[in-house]
Design a protein around this ligand. Structure first.
Ligand SMILES: [Zn+2]
Length: 358
């Protein structure tokens, strides 16, 4: 499939075409949670180096952090931070020569105000003749009844469609916790951790007529990284959902649903490849890039301990400015993220697959 898109943030038809390209060519894109310009620029750098497109996303906490911890109104902060981050990415993405999907992560009912405010910001952009701020938003009402979940998804998708934006929904519960949103569900075999194909069919029938949506389905995946053996991934659950939708509606595609893999950190290559075969085009990765940043900065601090205590070396009298300059150690963190995402591009098969026209 020969697809070429202008480099930069994609939305609407271009976003759907990119998702289609991933599935036809059998690869997925990492969706990396960012909290500031260091993490955003590291993601762009990694994508450019690997000639892969990429997904950049913000959680509500990440967005608030982007706005700065000094803002008193946390609600304002998570809206303004997301807008600011989106503008930063929109300005730079094209210059890195790759395509970027911009997205917001989990929003439960308490965070609907955040999403609605961001959609209003995108609506204002459109009125001014500009692209929407984000390619898509996520609603995670998976802890609620299916009916309550889908009803809200319909409402939000109806707001997004005229702006050429998409919606990610969640059915079934991703284990673990992400930014204060998550479940107390045990990681033991719990039906809630595995999405039911009948629920997926209901979601398809309600949302597909309205516009584009993607689905975070649970197949035993958890947020965070745990000791091996604690997580039992069952990607065949994804296949069962695809089959039910395909058969019920007589669809030509083997994988009519655009699926999202949450909790990708720490997952093994076999489970990842299988999930991609069953229609996953997006794999979220947060915990591993957080650690990559921290590990790299930590190593630098240990190697240059003196520069983190004194401006002048107490024994040699050497000025230590060039070692404590924040560009030095923040850069180490960025490099750690670049390396970890480079590995993700390999795992997901997206290396060299960018659809951006050069
Ligand atoms: Zn998640």
């Amino acid at each position: 499939m020969d697809l070429k898109l202008p480099p930069g943030v994609v939305y609407g038809e271009a976003y759907e075409a990119l998702v289609g390209h991933c599935k036809e060519e059998g690869y997925a894109l990492p969706a990396v949670n960012v909290v500031g310009t260091n993490s955003i620029n590291a993601v762009l750098e990694a994508a450019a180096r690997n000639r892969s497109d990429v997904i950049i996303q913000l959680s509500n906490g990440g967005a608030a952090f982007f706005a700065g911890q000094g803002l008193a109104d946390k609600q304002d902060a998570m809206v303004l931070g997301a807008v600011s981050a989106a503008r930063h990415v929109a300005l730079l993405a094209a210059h890195y020569g790759i395509c970027v999907v911009l997205h917001t992560d989990h929003a439960n009912r308490k965070l609907l105000g955040w999403i609605d405010a961001l959609i209003s910001h995108s609506a204002e952009e459109r009125r001014q003749g500009r692209p929407p701020l984000f390619s898509s938003h996520m609603l995670d009402l998976s802890e609620e009844d299916l009916e309550d979940n889908l009803k809200e998804c319909e409402r939000v998708l109806e707001r997004l469609v005229p702006l050429e934006m998409s919606l990610e929904i969640e059915l079934g519960v991703t284990g673990g916790e992400e930014d204060g949103i998550g479940s107390e569900y045990d990681m033991a075999d719990n039906a809630k951790l595995y999405t039911q194909p009948e629920d997926v069919l209901a979601a398809y029938e309600r949302l597909n007529p309205l516009g584009h949506f993607s689905l975070a389905a649970s197949f035993g995946n958890v947020h965070g990284v745990y000791k091996p053996g604690n997580v039992q991934l069952r990607p065949e659950i994804l296949k069962a959902s695809q089959n039910l939708v395909r058969r019920t509606h007589g669809l030509p595609s083997e994988t009519p649903l655009d699926l999202v893999f949450h909790g990708g950190s720490g997952s093994d290559g076999e489970a990842i490849s299988e999930a991609i075969r069953y229609g996953v085009f997006k794999m979220n990765i947060d915990t591993d890039t957080q650690f990559a940043f921290a590990e790299s900065v930590g190593a630098y601090v240990r190697e240059n301990e003196a520069a983190f205590k004194d401006q002048i070396h107490p024994e040699t009298g050497q000025p230590l400015k060039k070692f404590y300059d924040p560009r030095k150690w923040l850069r180490q963190g960025e490099t750690g993220i670049v390396e970890r995402i480079t590995q993700a591009f390999g795992d997901l098969g997206s290396k060299g697959k960018s659809v951006a026209s050069s």
